[in-house]
Design a protein around this ligand. Sequence first.
Ligand code: PLP
Length: 491
Amino acid sequence: MDLVLDGRGRLYVQLARALKQAILSGRIRHGTRIPPTRDMVAMTGLSRTTVVAAYEHLQAEGYLEAKVGSGSYVTAPNLSKSSATALSHRVAAQSAFSERARGICSLGAIPGIRDPSVRYAFQYSMPQLSSTISTEWARVVARVAPYVKPNYPAIQGLPELRAAIHDHIRTNRGIECDPDDILIVNGTQQAVMVTARVLINSNDPVAIEEPQYFGTRQILQLEGADVFGIPVDEHGMRVAELSSRYTKLVCVTPSHQFPTGAVLSKARREALLEYAHGNHSWIIEDDYDGDFRHDEMPIESLHSMDPHGRVIYIGSFSKTLFPAVRLGFVVMPRGLRGDFLSAKWACDFALPALEQVAMTEMINSGTYTKHLRKSASLLAGRRRAMRQAFQRPPFEDVRLTGANAGMHLMAWLPELEHQDLRQLLALAKEKGVGLYSAEPFFMDQAKVPSLMMGFSAIHANEIPIAVGLLGECLHACRAGAKAPRPKLTIV
Ligand SMILES: Cc1ncc(COP(=O)(O)O)c(C=O)c1O
């Protein structure tokens, strides 16, 4: 046994310390029998009193266990027990950030993920997956991998990807900008975080649609913003309700409001742009599925209507390709480019180059646009099937919104109460239908219960069957809802 005494303090303390280090570094393993005191005396030349004192010290600290008639054994578990206790014992939040994070209960949870036990899933958090696009992505990644430069990628994102995105959004979304205005990020989540760090001080007011995409709301809250909701109706955010109060930033999904699917009307777009200009406020335009053509006229981006440069446009490939690709982009206001780059650098220095090169290739080769066209046409068929299926009894009272674009619609059930909705979800699950409440997207409880009806994972032929089963469950719930409810009596 190779033990070095460090000459600090009394001899028994030095021996105990040397043994402890050997145990902690793994040189003496858990369960090992350490030399009897007599042998240790012979090995080290220390007195027996010193060795016994060192062993007793280690026993007291839980590193050694003495077994009568057998010797002393290393008991590392004592150490892990104490550290496990230390870890499992909840410590008070150490920063304002952690304090806020602890207040946000659903942090990191992704609602709307497919429940594998159901046959028909109206899931909405995943785009429509096609084996063709996954195979193409795999081929492109393999093809470009040998040419990826091994040095640190540019903080702002690879210039070739920025150029490809620039051309794409100019053609498809009417956005006039420079490739240098584009910042590549790893999705909307990071886009919002970087934007918040550039614009928001603690407790700055930020307006968000109510209901809204929970990811955006939670990031803003984590960054310390004072987030408040502005109601949405069939024409999008009720912009007039903003006029009475100041807000530093307004977050909107104008092309296809998430989750209601409303399109922000032209008049409200103009009013919002005027508001931002007049109040020196900023606007985040989250165009998460703007690349999918609508049944009606394609909706122009808010950014393309903005003469004052107050709109920060955010795009993501999560819905148009798949979320695992973790790529998105921000069109930055020119005067704040440096600040955006500082905030992005602080997040992660730069994004991996391989995915960026592969994405560039997907766009430049036309594969991405082809995929968009194919997906859009498939989704349009499913939207039609959804609308038709809901036109029959027993859905007369059900109101659908957002059925003219995207990959989900919202079904409002005015005759049910929230507790009936939970029952509806349970009944549907028994029949093999995966339903998802829209509740996670409301800051305050909605007046009317509603469902998110995604159709990216359900074939058009299956839609009438699945909606039929939903009808049966709704019928059963209504019957239950009409039965007298037990009254709460307070005595
Ligand atoms: C409104 C909205 N924006 C953006 C996203 C995509 O987020 P990310 O790019 O971080 O994957 C989603 C995903 O569900 C969304 O619903």
